[in-house]
Design a protein around this ligand. Structure first.
Ligand SMILES: [Mn+2]
Length: 247
């Protein structure tokens, strides 16, 4: 048994191979896990729980089956693209919604988990968008708009983000290094897991009198991947192909 962590799948109706990878993952690697944590950006974009598309229903049903049939506790911590996943989604699937950050008890060790986008403090444009979009009243107002209007706005946001991607400087998009030790000290943890940057790594470093670690999850593409943490604390990033076979 082990606890699994995934993030940044960016599932989208226009990429059915990604949806298939996720369904395979639930049926294979995640089937006998102690728990599954989804650390944000499961979806490319989520515009509200009401009137889910055919694609969204497939994902919801797969999660529901995974949680009820296989009895795997599954947690969802929202990312910058799917922070509108709400209570209805949670009720329909059985996932437990977590706030960012959360400290979990992982086989006796406190571990800080986050999506990670708020740590990329050099990306001022994203931080500006984040502040506005996460505002409670803005969120509420957006969710009262008709679905068709939300979809049009979502398409515009997606297009703007696609146009912006090639112009971005990778260093500026990464987590600001100085914030990590401060954050971990503040929460009194020696282990930290996050996603968002798409720069997978397991990094060990000294923090006070101990060896601390930060694990960055990978995004998904032609292959899927997950972090596997075993009860003895050992950690591995595992990649698998479209049949679920580890690479
Ligand atoms: Mn993200």
């Amino acid at each position: 048994m082990a606890t699994l962590f995934i993030s940044d799948l960016h599932l989208d109706a226009s990429h059915p191979q990604l949806t298939n990878l996720f369904l395979i993952f639930l049926k294979t690697h995640a089937k006998s896990a102690d728990a599954l944590y989804i650390l944000g950006d499961l979806f490319e974009i989520w515009l509200g729980d009401d009137e889910p598309s055919e694609f969204a229903v497939i994902i919801q049903q797969a999660l529901h089956e995974h949680i009820t049939t296989n009895q795997i506790p599954t947690y969802f911590l929202p990312g910058n693209r799917d922070f509108l996943v709400g209570k209805t989604f949670a009720q329909q699937t059985g996932i437990v919604l977590l706030s960012d950050p959360t400290i979990i008890n992982l086989y006796g060790e406190p571990v800080l988990i986050k999506h990670g986008d708020d740590l990329c403090t050099q990306d001022s444009r994203h931080q500006y968008f984040r502040r506005i979009s996460r505002n409670f009243l803005v969120k509420k107002a957006f969710l009262t708009l008709p679905c068709s209007i939300r979809e049009k706005m979502g398409a515009k946001i997606r297009l703007a983000s696609q146009k912006r991607s090639p112009t971005l400087i990778p260093e500026k998009m990464d987590v600001t290094p100085e914030v990590i030790p401060k954050l971990m000290q503040q929460h009194q943890v020696y282990q930290f897991i996050h996603g968002h940057t798409h720069q997978p790594a397991i990094i060990y470093f000294p923090l006070h009198d101990r060896l601390a670690n930060r694990i960055v999850l990978s995004d998904w593409g032609n292959n899927g991947n997950f972090l596997k943490v075993e009860p003895d604390g050992s950690k591995r990033l595992i990649y698998f192909d479209h049949t679920g076979k580890p690479l």
